[in-house]
Design a protein around this ligand. Structure first.
Ligand SMILES: CC(=O)N[C@H]1[C@@H](OP(=O)(O)OP(=O)(O)OC[C@H]2O[C@@H](n3ccc(=O)[nH]c3=O)[C@H](O)[C@@H]2O)O[C@H](CO)[C@@H](O)[C@@H]1O
Ligand SMILES: C=C(OP(=O)(O)O)C(=O)O
Length: 420
């Protein structure tokens, strides 16, 4: 196992290129199962999650080649069964459900495992597939989908009690591309990653309107063909670097970003008083010793993303004021709080709201990463802490940040990856 040792206090300065989006790449790679033809996906970040998705495609029978960010998939003959051993390691492996269902009209996909960020049911994914005419049973940990007479488009509402579902919308949209007739998804997730998937599906010949809004209309087609696509920049990686740039240093610039996907994040940072410059595909930020605290609530897009909540908790430690952040998507997603407190952070967690009193010195300590964004937040805290912070279980970071330590080092951070 590897850990990251962060020597706090080194100022950040310079430019960093943002990678392709993990949360776009995963469903887009899965969507290549919808056609027998060759698909080429560019700017796929080098992450353990994308490597794992590539492996899942291979195990399902696709021919897959991967070289420096480009993944070429030809899924001529595919299997209809994705067993537990294959899908258990990654929640997002549920992305294969829609494409297998759409292409083969039947499949068995094991339920992915639990997750420390909270309950992650798939009832809305199944509700959507049932609205397309699928018969579904869940037994022994497996989801079995069957549609003997093929799929038929229809209306449905996928809004859940914590808002819309991103991967649920992806799955149903993928299955509906090959259904007979028109599918209308109300309560659809409007995240940019859903829109990116829809854009790829449209290049494959799908007829989709409204992706990027809460109402998506899909007119089914007989078959899809091969296509090429470049994945959008990772707005969460970009947001994480913006927090780092706000917390310490003399100003950093992110390149290869889509600022229009990040309005809620840049808006929150501006409101605190951090100087931000937004270019066509770049964002610059610098610290402000007089920055004010924030009161944020996580919401579905275009609201403030849950995937930035932990990093903003770290940011709040650097602001000499009181900040609050309330989590509405995954109310239990606060595993980072206990670890930050071990570093001396003043955080009071009441239900799903964290109240952070920042501005006093925090001190490096050995800390345990629990999940992807929590570990990124601990690295951020380590950047401003005095002394040495040891972030253990680095594999969580490698799931979703392409070469985070190298990129931070280029900006001037002092850190080292060591094997235990
Ligand atoms: C690979 C990927 O893209 N992951 C993202 C995706 O996860 P994912 O798509 O799994 O998350 P969802 O959008 O589905 O979850 C949102 C909320 O809906 C609930 N829910 C979800 C499905 C369902 O069938 N029933 C149900 O009740 C969840 O428990 C949660 O409270 O969106 C999350 C919310 O923006 C992000 O944190 C993840 O980074
Ligand atoms: C929760 C996340 O990912 P996943 O849905 O793949 O677990 C994330 O990217 O923050």
């Amino acid at each position: 196992m590897e850990k990251l040792i962060v020597h706090g206090g080194a100022p950040l300065k310079g430019r960093v290129n943002i990678s392709g989006s993990k949360n776009s790449s995963l469903p887009i790679l899965a969507a290549t199962l919808l056609t027998k033809d060759t698909c080429t996906i560019r700017r796929v970040p080098d992450l353990s999650d994308t490597n794992y998705m590539v492996r899942i495609l291979g195990e399902l029978g696709a021919e897959v080649e991967r070289a420096s960010g480009v993944v070429v998939v030809k899924a001529e003959k595919i299997k209809s069964v994705a067993p537990y051993d294959l899908v258990r390691k990654m929640r997002a492996s549920i992305c294969v459900l829609g494409p297998l269902t759409g292409r083969l009209k039947k499949c068995v996909v094991s339920l992915p495992g639990g997750c420390v960020i909270g309950d992650r049911p798939v009832d809305l994914h199944l509700k959507g597939l049932e609205a397309l005419g699928a018969q579904i049973t869940v037994d022994g940990g497996d989801i079995t989908v069957n549609a003997k007479k093929g799929f038929k488009g229809g209306p449905m509402n996928l809004m859940g009690k914590h808002g819309s579902t991103v991967l649920g919308t992806d799955n149903v949209m993928m299955a509906a591309t090959l259904a007979k007739g028109t599918t209308i998804i109300e309560g659809a997730a409007a995240e940019p990653e859903v829109e990116d998937l829809a854009n790829f599906l449209i290049k494959m010949g799908a007829k989709i309107e409204g992706a990027g809004t809460n109402r998506i209309v899909i007119e089914g087609v007989k078959e899809l063909h091969g296509a090429e696509h470049t994945v959008i920049p990772d707005r969460i990686e970009a947001g994480t670097f913006l927090c780092a740039g706000a917390m310490i240093g003399e100003g950093i610039t992110l390149k290869r970003v889509m600022p229009e996907h990040m309005k809620e994040i840049t808006g929150a940072l501006k409101k605190c008083g951090f100087p931000i410059e937004i270019g066509k595909d770049s964002i610059s930020i610098a610290p402000n010793p007089k920055a004010k605290g924030f009161d944020l609530t996580t919401l579905c897009y275009p609201g403030f993303p849950t995937d930035m909540q932990a990093q903003f908790c770290a940011l709040a430690c650097a602001i000499d004021d009181v900040s609050t952040i309330t989590e509405t998507i995954f109310p239990q997603r606060f595993m980072h709080v206990a670890e930050m407190k071990r570093m001396g952070a003043n955080i009071d967690l009441q239900g799903a709201t964290a109240r952070i009193r920042g501005g006093h010195a925090i001190k490096g300590a050995p800390v345990m990463a629990s999940d992807l964004r929590a570990s990124a937040a601990l690295v951020l805290a380590g950047l401003i802490a005095s002394g040495k912070t040891e972030v253990n279980r680095l594999y969580h970071i490698d799931r979703g940040y392409e070469h985070l330590d190298d990129k931070l080092a280029t900006l001037g951070a002092q850190l080292e990856r060591v094997k235990e």
